[in-house]
Design a protein around this ligand. Structure first.
Ligand code: ADP
Ligand code: MG
Length: 230
């Protein structure tokens, strides 16, 4: 099957700093992929580049066969990239419902029923200001906002940061469940390797801007020397 996301020899820079050094990657339409690596290894930069948020970039990135243009994030998102950025990006003063509707606006999507079905807790708290929700709930709001854009693939940047182990487990399990129900895949940056290996099929390891490992997750799960890759 043709890949949905395709990166060829991608380099990215922040000023003089060379943050991605020749990343090539194909991800299929319903594939669940994790990205691991130390802080500063370039994980967020890879997601940002893939949505066009890094302007100093070379190489080719295609989504659904269409070039992802550097600097044109809003246009690129319309290709079907559902971005859940690092940190809980919600409009804190606005209700849960307003947050979701704003996210759907550019995509002409006002249908909240699938979100209520996937996240009953959000339905129960639809009128509550998003900023007063717990960390896990705000993460669900951010997730729901990405889904309102009718994505063909989700990009999630450390969605469990700051959550208790129990809530982190819930967010990861929900991520997998939602992806399966919608028939879409995701690219997920996560710090918790063992937990994440349970919900993905494939795992990448980044080190100083390069992919040093790209394997089925089952192959990593049994690997004692995994940490040496990092
Ligand atoms: N806006 C920026 N300006 C300068 N350097 C940056 C910027 N964002 C990230 N970097 C640097 O690029 C490298 C990769 O960052 P990042 O992709 O955020 O890493 P990760 O997500 O793996 O922790 C790090 O060394 C980081 O300090
Ligand atoms: Mg990061």
């Amino acid at each position: 099957m043709a890949p949905l996301l395709s990166c060829r020899d991608v380099h990215a820079w922040y000023g003089a700093f060379h943050a991605l050094k020749g990343v090539s990657l194909d991800i299929g339409p319903a594939e669940r992929v994790a990205v691991f690596g130390h802080n500063g290894s370039g994980k967020s930069t890879l997601l940002k580049a893939a949505v066009g948020a890094i302007s100093a970039r070379t190489g080719t990135i295609n989504f659904g066969g269409v070039p992802v243009e550097p600097g044109a994030v809003h246009r690129n998102v319309m290709l079907g990239i559902g971005l859940v950025p690092q940190g809980r990006n919600v409009f804190r003063e606005l209700s849960v419902e307003r947050n979701l509707l704003i996210a759907g606006l550019r995509h002409r999507n006002e249908d909240l029923s699938p979100i209520w079905t996937l996240f009953p807790v959000l339905k129960a708290r639809r009128a509550q200001p998003a900023g007063t929700m717990s960390g896990g709930e705000q993460q669900m709001v951010a997730f729901g906002m990405a889904l309102m854009t009718r994505p063909r693939m989700l990009f999630l940047d450390e969605p469990t940061t700051g959550l208790s182990p129990v809530l982190a487990g819930t967010v990861l399990a929900t991520t997998r469940q939602v992806a399966e129900e919608l028939g879409i895949g995701f690219l997920l940056i996560e710090q918790n390797v063992p937990r994440t290996l349970g919900i993905v099929e494939r795992a990448l390891i980044l080190k100083t801007g390069r992919i040093v490992s790209d394997t089925p997750s089952a192959a990593l799960a049994g690997q004692q020397d995994l940490w040496e890759w990092f």
